[in-house]
Design a binder for this molecule. Structure first.
Ligand code: ATP
Ligand code: MG
Length: 572
């Protein structure tokens, strides 16, 4: 590709709207262009990277025995009614209608479509197992589209669906996808952590997320350095900790006037105590009934864990009015003592003595609370988000460490939820009708591409992994008006082309400084510079994007040298 013709337009300055390094770089390097919020065009360089990611995914999916198909993005509403997800998806789904006023949606995912198809296809156990996949555009009306390709309204996903005769067999299909995902992300040059994920409302029983590690990632994860435990912070459990005893822990509880002190900070400053001494009492509506939930003052409530502990389908934080009715006090003064609601307490509060709580009366707190003596607790459970330093729930030896990541892939054992909705059954060996057992497996293809940038850049620009680079080689011809230079450049380009490597050739009439800067920004792994100066030595200057050093390589050797670098890198 010739830069002067094919118009790759780079930007000098950081675009205003981009917060994330990878988003800025994708825009600055001319890989993508924004149309409007959450909508991007892949420009020539960005599209080449996208195709590379897709190719890696295809190869590994095929190798794992999955078969490619392509389903429509436009889907009739009825199939979403059948799975009961039309309401569940709510405003997250783009809804439109055709000229006959038939309601349609733009697919945010394809469980419904694939199960509908398979239910007509599969008749006998002999046709199973099957795993089908597609690489296709998805639509989601995200509340906050942001970070470029990371959270877009229209994005490219690889989604696969497995169908098996039973639950154990479905595990084998799951493992095949799980292993393929490991290979895919390794080949894309990503450092990922595989974490246990919440199985949430999709109704399955096994789920893992593949997280590309990045400080700017939207997801939190916790890992135990001593064993293999790693989980999304939404789900991560915590091991048991020693009960906490604070000073005066044998004394009777006593009300103290705390005018206007509602926050943990205000209360702990007033009592000159650490925030964990205060038991925070939150009032929720669990399936429309008020409950109280307790956690130490320095912790954050994990609503998913609470909902599970309570066994509630819906859980929302109560409003001021409900808090007043349920506790007799305004927000900020609720406490477990004397409260006539079911009370759920975080497990670390078991044995808490000498604690502070709200007094269920305006401007009042209790001191010297012994939780089990002074309140009736319905259940102790793991309710708070885990944090760095918490004991590992598996080995109990290690201390959890918090990290951040970008969810690039997700594998999920679905079970029979969709099979039931769509009557996807088959006849087993005994001629009995059975439901197929499903799994679903997604990779954010466009998100993966940007995650690779988030993990591979420096102050000058992108450092593409060899496997994803739009071009593995960029060549700068520094004197485009010099015939000899151009002739040699063309020869080099041709030689690479015959070995199957297209070269990004910068033959623009620009100052060398501009060309060097752009080459660093675009981030092709290998840079060849041909100039009058290098030709005096009969050489071209070779430099890797990842290294500071360059060297002169004789023109006659440059092709072989570069191909051997590429071949070595691509084998890894
Ligand atoms: P998230 O929690 O980030 O919203 P999700 O769990 O809803 O994602 P899945 O339904 O698991 O997403 O979709 C499979 C994959 O698609 C995700 O692992 C992610 O990589 C990608 N993905 C999901 N939403 C988006 C989006 N809005 N833009 C780009 N990629 C996305
Ligand atoms: Mg997910």
């Amino acid at each position: 590709m010739r830069l002067s013709k094919d118009g790759v337009s780079t930007l000098r300055d950081d675009p205003q709207e981009a917060e994330l390094a990878s988003h800025k770089l994708m825009l600055r390097a001319g890989m993508i262009k924004k149309l409007s919020s959450g909508l991007y065009t892949f420009m020539p360089l960005g599209l080449r990277v996208l195709r590379n990611v897709e190719q890696i995914i295809r190869e590994e999916m095929n190798r794992a025995g999955a078969v490619e198909i392509l389903m429509p993005a436009l889907q009739p509403r009825e199939i979403w009614d059948r799975s009961n997800r039309y309401e569940v998806m709510g405003d997250g789904m783009f809804k439109i209608s055709d000229r006959q006023h038939r309601e349609m949606v733009l697919g945010p995912t394809h469980e419904e479509v694939i199960t509908e198809i398979i239910s007509n296809e599969i008749k006998s156990y002999r046709q199973l197992p099957r795993t089908l996949y597609q690489i296709q555009t998805k639509y989601r009306d995200e509340i906050r589209p942001r970070f470029g390709l990371m959270r877009a309204k229209e994005f490219i996903m690889k989604d696969a669906y497995s169908f098996d005769v039973g639950w154990d067999e479905a595990d084998t299909s799951y493992d095949a996808m799980y292993n393929a995902y490991g290979k895919i992300f390794r080949r894309c040059g990503l450092r990922t952590k595989i974490v246990e994920a919440d199985t949430g409302p999709m109704g399955g029983n096994r789920s893992h997320e593949f997280m590309a590690l990045a400080d700017a990632g939207e997801d939190g994860l916790l890992e135990c350095p001593s064993c293999s435990y790693a989980a999304n912070v939404e789900r991560a459990e915590r091991g048991a900790a020693e009960p906490k005893l604070f000073p005066d822990n044998e004394k009777e509880a006593e009300p103290v006037s705390t005018p206007g002190m509602r926050t943990v900070e205000e209360v702990s400053t007033f009592f000159k105590s650490s925030p964990d001494r205060l038991i925070k009492t939150l009032i929720y509506l669990a399936d429309d009934k008020p409950i109280a939930a307790l956690i130490p003052g320095d912790r954050t409530m994990n609503d998913m864990k609470l909902a599970r502990a309570v066994g509630a389908e819906t859980l929302i934080l109560a409003n001021e009015q409900t808090v007043l009715e349920a506790t007799g006090a305004p927000v900020g003064f609720a406490g477990p003592s004397g409260l006539e609601l079911p009370i759920y307490a975080d497990m670390t509060l078991k044995g808490y003595k000498g604690a502070l709580t709200g007094g269920n009366q305006a401007d009042t707190h209790f001191i010297n609370i012994d939780l089990e003596r002074d309140a009736t607790i319905e259940a102790f459970a793991d309710l708070a988000f885990g944090e760095t330093g918490d004991p590992c729930p598996r080995c109990n030896d290690g201390k959890l460490v918090a990290m951040r990541g970008i969810e690039v892939g997700h594998v999920f054992k679905l079970g029979t939820k969709y099979a039931k909705s769509f009557d996807a059954t088959f006849l087993d060996a005994e001629g009995k009708e059975q439901l197929v057992v499903m799994g679903c497996y997604g990779i954010g293809v466009s998100r993966t591409l940007q995650a690779a940038v988030e993990q591979n850049y420096d102050k000058h620009g992108i450092l593409w992994p060899m496997s994803l680079a739009p071009y593995k080689i960029t060549m700068l011809g520094l004197q485009p008006d010099d015939e000899e230079t151009m002739r040699i450049c063309d020869n080099i380009v041709d030689a690479f082309r015959s070995s199957g490597e297209e070269v990004l050739f910068d033959e623009r009439d620009e100052r060398p400084g501009v060309k060097f800067k752009d080459a660093d920004l675009v981030g092709c792994p290998i840079r060849i510079v041909v100039s009058k100066r290098s030709l005096e030595k009969g050489a071209a200057e070779l430099k890797l994007r990842s290294s500071e050093d360059s060297e002169f390589v004789p023109i006659a050797d440059i092709h072989e040298r570069v191909m051997s670098i590429i071949n070595k890198e691509m084998q890894n």
